[in-house]
Design a protein around this ligand. Sequence first.
Ligand code: FES
Length: 211
Amino acid sequence: MKFPYNEKVLEHFRNPRNVGSIENPDGKSTEGSPACGDMVSVYIRVDDETKKLKDIKFESYGCASNIATGSIITELAKGKTLEEAKKIDWKEASDALGGLPKIKTHCSVLAVDGLRAAIQNYEEKHGLIKEKIPTTKEIVLKRLKHVMNPLAGLDLVRTNLVSNIEVESGTVKVEVGLPEEHQFANNIREEIVEKLESLWDVEKVVVKFVT
Ligand code: FES
């Protein structure tokens, strides 16, 4: 069988660098692709003084392109400052891999988005966000589009599981249309809290399961 990938992509796919997670990471993200429903998580360890990426790991539930891109961007980002790492784009990743098939662009975009979101998570947690926009329902909804519904492999919003959002004096309340005892309820709650608690003006996140 002929693969649509070059040797370098296949090599990174077969022996991906920096695979895994980091315990108590300084920044973390999980991004899903609307194009295919796949997911990637990125974990970073940052030197607080120099703002350089000391360590970076990724986990991919995507295809060969996504895994190869996760491998190459973690290699490219390691040792860089956050500002430098933010500039890595899918083109740089694709070039470093000797080219990816056009149809696979979204897979490398997903890995790059994962890296940027992990950096953003670090910046939010450390009060480094320059533009302090007050959190609104729309902002919450946007973030919830990055929380997966494991039953469907799509996000909570697109699978109509978010039944209500309230934002008031630093508290965000989210209602999810699943029973409290659902097998994925705890995972979903953790992911929602993780996505929202780093917002600069959010002090408390309450997730309620309602059916
Ligand atoms: Fe889903 Fe590549 S097809 S990440």
